[in-house]
Design a protein around this ligand. Structure first.
Ligand code: GTP
Ligand code: SPV
Ligand code: MN
Length: 593
């Protein structure tokens, strides 16, 4: 019988004929391999060693300044039928797309080594996990994939057993934004990426495979591939509740997944366990609950803002064996960014520090590190069946209108709440920052198919026998008249999570409003928190007039997906619109006491 690896070998041969590398290296994921690659990258300047006393085995990579974030306008979903990609994606006909990008790949690896990276997304022995192979000419990509996925020999063995894998072809090309494409062919389970060496554009196991391709597979197979963190909250009785939360890029997933409880909570015995910080695959279990795994093995986290006060767990995680990308460095060669003590000597482009040049660390500068180094890393992250999810939380950067937290009435209402998510754009993608846009389920850049069909898929999980998570929406980013955040955020977000868990257990009180259940001031545990009454009132207010306009706009947004929008979602939007029209706020407040 022909080996299952024949298909892989044939594909590698075919790619080598097209790209003409000088050498081919099959990555085994070993320490020797990693040491040799690091030495090579230190030799040619791809990596710079950081201070070995303060940061052993830590390296800095400086990207080409034109290649520092995801490029949404060059990211394509290439389905036979344009409608399947939907208005939420950029689309190209598959044959045309292959032709266009293969012309760029032709001969592009001359003088370079072609690396074959077999990887597994998810615990190597989990039935929920999926394998892929990335071919790349970037040793920096190999080093990152080694930290972010289960890469090498065990993954290759699984591929040999299963015979099925996602094919990802990547070349840095000329790093020319004019010759750059990130293409997805969900019907062929393949990805082709050319001209970028950055994050989600180049580390194909992450957004390309684990979200765009996986979301397509999840739709036909009845599960969910989501841009969500997974966190376990252990109460003083030792019971752990798992929560999955979808926030858009650079809106707080890594931070929430690693939060350190406020002092009072710590003393009482609360603990937080990190299962995942960016991607969540959820499958209905035999018990009807959704069980989640983190398909990743490491973090590709935002550096700026990471500090001892905001995210001490992340800071502890990145003290050794970490790759830093586009951060600044101090005079004694430690990594530096806005939020850390000390003074930078050199900026992210390697220039002497000059405030006139703008942010010293790039706003989308990142660290890549193995998840196991995190002090709050959950051993359940290795569990083959995953963890059961009790609550799903949606959230974004909303300077106004949206309260600190509210709970959806039921699953259908919750899907509407996720669909209606809005957030300010951030430096994680190229383009303007701080622009409000709808980002349904934080998947706008990552859903590999028509959003209308995706909303329908979410709704379809609500069927007899299912015990689905409760759905919530949070907003840590509400601003006051002075432009400052009203909510302290970070560790104090546990106060909101405690209310969320209380709602799941039926113990926490809430006020019913047209947009869902909102806690009253006394329903949140605020002891030890320095916040004034006026800020709290604003954070928990439901502004009827503002919401009437918002819900009308949600209706127009739903219509933009034409007949792909599920009727049940439109009906739900109508229900909320009518409840707002009927809302008698003074009576509602009086009833709530
Ligand atoms: P991606 O990796 O791009 O998907 O981002 P992410 O969602 O993991 O965001 P991350 O946790 O890295 O946070 C991004 C930025 O938001 C950082 O600069 C944080 O300091 C800041 N941030 C995170 N949580 C909070 C919060 O609760 N309040 C405030 N004000 N800022 C926060
Ligand atoms: C994001 O942008 O959501 C990230 C970083 O997590 S990247 O891997 O570049 O997509
Ligand atoms: Mn992300």
């Amino acid at each position: 019988m022909a080996s299952q690896l024949d298909a892989l070998n044939r594909w590698v041969d075919e790619v080598a004929r097209l790209t003409q590398p000088d050498a081919i290296h099959w990555c085994d994921g070993s320490d020797e391999e990693s040491r040799a690659l690091t030495a090579q990258m230190l030799g040619d300047g791809t990596l710079v060693a950081l201070n070995p006393q303060t940061h052993p085995n830590c390296y800095l990579h400086r990207s080409n300044p034109s290649d520092v974030a995801r490029v949404e306008q060059l990211t394509l979903v290439c389905t036979r039928n344009k409608d399947d990609a939907g208005p939420n994606n950029h689309w190209m006909e598959p044959a045309e797309a292959h032709k266009k990008i293969d012309a760029l790949f032709a001969g592009c690896m001359k003088g370079r080594t072609l690396y074959v990276i077999p990887y597994c997304m998810g615990p190597i022995d989990s039935p929920i996990s999926r394998c892929g192979v990335e071919i790349t000419d970037s040793p920096y990509v190999v080093a990152n994939m080694r930290l972010l996925t289960r890469m090498g020999a065990p993954a290759l063995a699984r591929i040999e057993r299963e015979g099925k894998f996602v094919k990802g072809l990547h070349s840095v090309g000329e790093l020319d934004p004019e010759r750059r494409f990130i293409m997805h062919f969900p019907e062929e389970l393949s990805i082709k990426s050319y001209g970028s060496d950055y994050g989600g554009n180049a580390l194909l196991g992450k957004k390309c495979h684990a979200l765009r391709i996986a979301s397509w597979q999840a739709k036909s197979e009845g599960w969910l591939a989501e841009h969500m963190l997974i966190v376990g909250i252990e109460n003083p009785a030792g019971e752990t509740t798992y929560v999955a939360a979808a926030f858009p890029s650079a809106c707080g997933k890594t931070n929430l997944s690693m939060l350190i409880p406020p002092e009072g909570y710590r003393k009482a015995g609360w603990k937080v366990w990190t299962v995942g910080d960016d991607i969540c695959w959820m499958t209905p279990g035999a018990d009807g609950r959704l069980w989640a795994i983190n398909p990743e093995a490491g973090y590709f986290g935002v550096a700026p803002g990471t500090s001892k006060t905001t995210n001490p767990n992340a800071l502890a995680t990145i003290q050794h064996d970490t790759i830093f990308t586009n951060v600044a460095v101090t005079a004694d060669n430690q990594p530096w960014w806005e939020g850390l003590p000390g003074t930078p000597a050199t900026d992210w482009q390697g220039r002497p520090y000059d405030r006139a040049n703008g942010p010293v660390a790039h706003p989308n500068s990142r660290f890549t590190v193995s998840a196991k180094q995190c002090p709050s890393w959950s051993p359940q992250a290795e569990d083959a069946q995953g963890v059961p999810i009790s609550a799903i939380v949606f959230g974004g950067r909303r300077p106004s209108l949206v309260p600190l937290v509210f709970q959806a009435r039921d699953w259908t209402h919750g899907v509407l709440v996720g669909t209606a998510m809005v957030s300010e754009t951030t430096a994680a993608a190229t383009g303007a920052v701080g622009v409000l846009r709808r980002d349904s389920m934080a998947m706008k850049p990552f859903c590999g198919y028509n959003y209308g069909d995706y909303f329908a898929h979410w709704l379809s999980l609500d069927k007899p026998g299912a015990t689905l998570p409760k759905i919530f929406h949070v907003n840590w980013f509400r601003k006051g008249a002075d432009g400052k955040f009203l909510w302290p955020g970070f560790g104090d977000n546990l106060r909101v999570l405690e209310w969320i868990i209380g709602r799941c257990e039926g113990t926490a009180h809430a006020e019913e409003t047209p947009i869902g259940f909102v806690p009253g001031k006394r329903d949140l545990h605020l002891e030890g928190l320095d916040i004034d009454d006026h800020s709290l009132d604003t954070l928990l207010d439901v502004d009827t007039e503002g919401w009437i306009d918002e819900v009308a706009d949600i209706g127009r947004y739903l219509d933009s997906f034409g007949n792909h929008t599920p009727a049940a979602l439109k009906a739900e939007q109508q229900r909320v619109a009518e409840a707002l029209e009927r809302d008698d706020k003074p009576a509602r407040k009086a009833a709530a006491g």
